[in-house]
Design a protein. Structure first.
Lengths: 404, 138
């Protein structure tokens, strides 16, 4: 029952008060965040609906499931592919994951995303007669460094592993050198290789190799079990490795971009751009709980409805350029979080719509037991479909499920 | 003749069989050509540290992660020597429990690659891979 409750955990809005008369356009309180998946974002997919396969088998399974066993084109499908991770990047151990080199950062963070949306009669934004396909990429130009705790834990792990490796190697070497049975097998192998003219695939040579490996394993396991120092270091190594988590802090720059194609009447040759966007996010986060964020964003929305200066509703191609900043304070040990964001929006290709700005302050308090109180106050962009531009919202969020 | 299902299953099992030790001979000749060694460790996000002794000389201490290709010695100088490699693998990845090491030797009689592999049971577990390679000239 508990598991069922956990699965069904959801947050409901118990008390909401918006000053806006018309809220047909959603007021998002967290605009200053580059999408994790640009293609899915442009087609309005929820983060939880995005497939993120970590290996080829998982990707094939996901594709098969969404395409009715490869018999039809997927109609609602979004996927993020990280090529470097997908193809089992051998050699990418923790020592390389804190690399500052651009080539390392780029290949480790590069994500290609794609999404498709077919007939969906419930959506107002998409014509059910058409087919939509979006593509996007995201990568870091610079990323934060390992936190102090991550670095310290990794240094301890490396030091302990280094001591164990040196101890086991030296002890095993001297044990094998003085083991008569092992030396006899080595001599037998040399003789056999001489006799067969250097054929290393000779079944007898392979059998001797196997015997020597088994003896080596037995002796190695004996060393690990008997040497108290190795045993205790391995136990400590396990404790440290269990607690190891990668946390990054410091300056970062992320770039994301994507575009959606609309295939009119589902005909491949009749396609046009439905929307497109590019995000450049930069900033820094600190172990003290402060995060400073800056963003520039370009969005292209053809045939978009907007209100002109006289308040009349018009449609046309709208290209917007947003620039903004956000500051967040959320101490890891504190229940209180405070953030403020300001965005300046300029409509690039339209003289009718004036530039506008938005300023929102958001406070949040964690009441515990899956309860959260949030308060937002500020000014929304002018010239939207909605009337008025004051944002004032007090939300109480309650989650059902296990108490945390 | 077609292989039986049992034989195929046995082959698949062998391919995925855990292997944490290697004991083999690597054929060299009497030339001055260098013999090189490379070690690639994984899976992504894991931690590895390697120690190496060639003959009686420690040649690598506490090397983190993979070992880029480097020259061990020339063919004729390696004859009769043994290379001892110990790699301690630590499961620090939260995506997989696989730990593996690929050892590549070049420059001797022929290029050869060996693979050591294990699936650890729990997060944070470790595995010790040991290898002994004897350089041998006919």
């Amino acid at each position: 029952m508990k598991n069922l409750c956990t699965l069904l955990t959801c947050c409901i809005l118990l008390n909401t008060a918006f000053s806006q008369v018309d809220d047909t356009a959603k007021v998002k309180l967290d605009l200053l965040r580059a999408p994790a998946s640009p293609a899915a974002n442009l087609l309005g997919f929820a983060t939880s609906d995005i497939e993120k396969p970590t290996d080829i088998s998982a990707f094939m399974a996901s594709l098969q499931s969404s395409s009715g066993n490869n018999s039809i084109l997927p109609s609602n499908y979004a996927v993020d592919l990280a090529p470097f991770w997908l193809f089992r990047a051998k050699g990418l151990t923790t020592d390389k994951m804190d690399s500052k080199k651009f080539s390392d950062v780029f290949r480790q963070t590069f994500v290609f995303s794609t999404a498709v949306r077919g007939a969906d009669s419930t959506s107002k934004e998409y014509n059910p007669a058409n087919f939509y396909n979006s593509f996007g990429i995201k990568f870091s130009i610079k990323r934060g460094a390992f936190s102090r705790q991550t670095t310290e834990t990794l240094d301890t792990i490396n030091l302990l592993a280094s001591q164990v490796a040196a101890d086991v190697n030296a002890t095993l070497k001297s044990t094998l050198d003085s083991n008569a049975a092992y030396q006899l097998l080595a001599e037998e192998r040399r003789n056999r290789i001489r006799e067969n003219g250097g054929n290393m695939n000779d079944p007898q040579v392979l059998a001797i190799n196997k015997k020597m490996a088994a003896l080596q394993e037995e002796l190695r396991n004996g060393i690990v079990a008997q040497k108290e120092l190795i045993h205790s270091r391995l136990a400590l190594l396990k404790t440290k490795a269990e607690a190891f988590r990668i946390e990054r802090f410091g300056f970062f720059i992320d770039l994301a971009g994507g575009a959606t194609l609309e295939y009119v009447d589902k005909i491949f040759s009749q396609s046009n751009v439905h929307n497109a966007g590019a995000w450049l996010t930069f900033g820094a986060n600190y172990e003290s709980g402060w995060t400073l964020l800056g963003i520039t964003r370009y969005l292209f929305n053809p045939k978009k409805a907007f209100a002109d200066n006289a308040g009349l509703l018009k449609t046309g191609d709208v290209s917007t350029f947003d620039a903004g900043a956000r500051i967040i304070y959320n101490h890891p040990k504190s229940k209180f979080a405070l953030s403020g964001e300001g965005i300046y929006r300029s409509v690039l290709n339209n003289d009718i719509v004036d530039p506008s700005w938005r300023l929102v302050v958001n406070a949040e308090y964690d009441l515990g037991n899956n309860q959260r109180l949030t308060f937002a106050f500020g000014r929304h962009f002018s010239g939207m479909v909605t009337r008025g531009n004051v944002i004032a919202a007090l939300n109480f969020l309650k989650g059902f499920g296990n108490r945390r | 003749m077609a292989k039986s299902a049992k034989s195929i299953a046995k082959t698949i099992d062998a391919a995925f069989e855990e292997k944490t030790t290697l004991d083999t001979a690597y054929l060299v000749d009497g030339s001055n050509r260098p013999v090189t060694l490379e070690i690639i460790v994984g899976a992504p996000g894991q931690t590895a540290v390697t120690d190496m002794i060639l003959g009686d000389e420690p040649i690598l201490r506490g090397k983190k992660g993979s070992v880029n290709e480097f020259t061990l010695d020339i063919n004729k100088a390696l004859n009769g020597k043994k290379l001892h490699i110990t790699t301690v693998m630590i499961d620090t990845s939260r995506d997989t429990n696989n730990v593996e090491s690929i050892i590549r030797l070049r420059g001797g009689f022929k290029f050869i690659e060996y693979e050591l592999f294990k699936v650890v049971k729990n997060e944070g577990d470790n595995a010790i891979f040991t290898s002994v390679i004897e350089f041998f000239k006919l």
